[in-house]
Ligand binder design. Structure first.
Ligand SMILES: [Fe+2]
Length: 190
């Protein structure tokens, strides 16, 4: 499950229902997907798309997406920091930004008009849809690793359009990492 924070209100949401309803209230679709069969960590893009074909096809029908691909980014990716610098400033697209995370993590900042910034740290199994026109920016976590399915209505619409608001500079792209589960208490330990 994603970790969702509203830094300006010093709030972190951890209940799944609270996360989904808060994200819906700011226009962000969020779902958890399970693969139809187990897939290897290094499965080919074709195998990844096949494992999630039901969900991908449903989403294509719903959102008018015509293509899906798999993006694979790691510390060894050439010009990674240059690529990241295109997306870690506040921007919007003429195209929905749809990502299903297969491996790694990433951090979306969403800036609703007239509302506080929401930070969404996505992890494997998370589907996020940022509708066209939404002000947002994206960073990788410190390990610089993400693998994700992307869906497109029209790849030409995906170029970032910058707001140049400077709002992004007020937020540190800090990932909290995999969720910490406290050990069971003495009462519940069996
Ligand atoms: Fe974007």
């Amino acid at each position: 499950m994603a970790i969702v924070r509203i830094p300006d209100e010093n709030r972190t949401l951890d209940a799944p229902a609270a996360i989904t309803s808060h994200l819906a209230s700011i226009g962000i679709d969020y779902e958890r997907w399970e693969p139809s069969h187990a897939i290897e960590p290094n499965a080919s893009p074709e195998d990844v798309l096949a494992a999630y074909s039901n969900e991908v096809e449903k989403l294509k029908d719903r959102g008018g997406y015509v293509t899906a691909d798999v993006i694979d980014v790691g510390p060894q990716t050439p010009d990674l920091e240059t690529m990241l610098a295109r997306f870690n400033r506040e921007h919007w697209h003429d195209e929905d930004e749809v990502r299903f995370i297969i491996a790694g993590r990433g951090i979306f900042h969403i800036h609703p008009r007239g509302g506080p910034v929401t930070v969404i740290e996505v992890e494997p199994g998370d589907l996020i849809r940022v509708p066209r026109g939404t002000w947002h920016w994206f960073d990788l976590c410190a390990d610089r690793r993400i693998r994700a399915i992307r869906l497109f209505q029209d790849k030409a619409g995906w170029a970032p359009r910058y707001t140049d608001s400077g709002v992004d500079s007020n937020y540190e792209p800090v990932c909290l990492g995999p969720r910490y589960f406290p050990p069971p208490s003495a009462e519940t330990r069996s």
